[in-house]
Ligand binder design. Structure first.
Ligand code: ADP
Length: 256
């Protein structure tokens, strides 16, 4: 499988001045973000700092009040000009999200869960989508569970189905929203291992995580957010090992 078709090192995503408000509360206060092909970017920060909201805005699940989002080969979406709903949900063609609580369809089998996006959204032929889905399930070590239902799986297995489902969309960018934080500690490792393999294969990823050791191992860049702004960003050797900002230092000290 080829994760991305655009040339090495080119921009996959460019975000400028992203603002989002829920009622009176401004939760994103002007976020800029650049992700290049093959990069693994870890987004870290205290609870409530706006990390999930960033991912949801990129995936068309929230509509920012201001700012632009541009994926490679897509038109820039300028939220200041109040784009139509169709344009916002069109962002979803470029990325796929792995959710904290897996969000699998409970009444569909594992295989059907993985086929759903390709067949219903991308209108790909069923046989092709089914063969792809089986291959992806094999990759995440769950080929023998293809006819099971989500409730018959452990949390770690469900999350690996969530990863296979995201991969089935063949996105340019994978978005992970705290993919291990709902798991029992003994199940975290298998999911992190699956993500580590994707990183080694060259997938481009934006990963919200509290697993700072994991971020240190797999991320090319770490972004520390607090209070709706990016406080500091750079390679893990700087942001995690030698932070410049006091707020970053305090956060990292507590978790690393
Ligand atoms: P993080 O992922 O860093 O924990 P979030 O992006 O989930 O932060 O949330 C940022 C802030 O936005 C929090 O104060 C949260 O309560 C608020 N928030 C998130 N989603 C909504 C929503 N749908 N309605 C109102 N407030 C929200």
């Amino acid at each position: 499988m080829s994760p991305n078709e655009n040339p090495a090192g080119s921009d996959v995503l460019t975000v400028r001045g992203l603002h989002k408000r829920f009622g009176p509360v401004e939760v994103l206060k002007g976020i800029d973000l650049d992700i290049r092909r093959g990069q693994v970017v870890a987004l870290i920060g205290p609870s409530g700092s706006g990390k999930t909201t960033v991912l949801r805005c990129l995936n068309g699940l929230e509509v920012p009040g201001l700012g632009t989002v541009q994926f490679a080969e897509g038109a820039a979406v300028d939220f200041g000009s109040k784009p139509p709903r169709r344009t916002v949900s069109g962002l979803r063609e470029h990325s796929a999200m792995v959710f904290q609580h897996y969000n699998l369809f409970p009444h569909r089998t594992v295989l059907e869960n993985v086929m759903e996006g390709p067949v219903r959204v991308q209108r790909r032929p069923r046989e092709e989508a089914s063969a792809d889905a089986l291959a992806l399930l094999e990759r995440v070590g769950l080929a023998d569970k293809s006819d099971s239902y989500p409730y018959q799986l452990s949390g770690g297995q469900q999350q690996r189905v969530g990863i296979a489902r995201a991969l089935a969309l063949k996105p340019r960018l994978l978005l992970f929203d705290e993919p291990t934080s709902a798991l029992d500690p003994e199940l975290v490792g298998e999911v992190l291992e699956a993500i580590r393999e994707l990183a080694a294969e060259g997938w481009t990823m934006l990963l919200v995580t509290h697993e700072l050791r994991f971020a240190r191992d797999v991320a090319d860049r770490v972004i520390f957010m607090d209070g709706g702004v990016v406080v500091e960003e750079g390679p893990p050797s700087e942001v995690l090992a030698a932070p410049k900002q006091e707020r970053t230092r305090q956060f990292v000290q507590r978790l690393l």
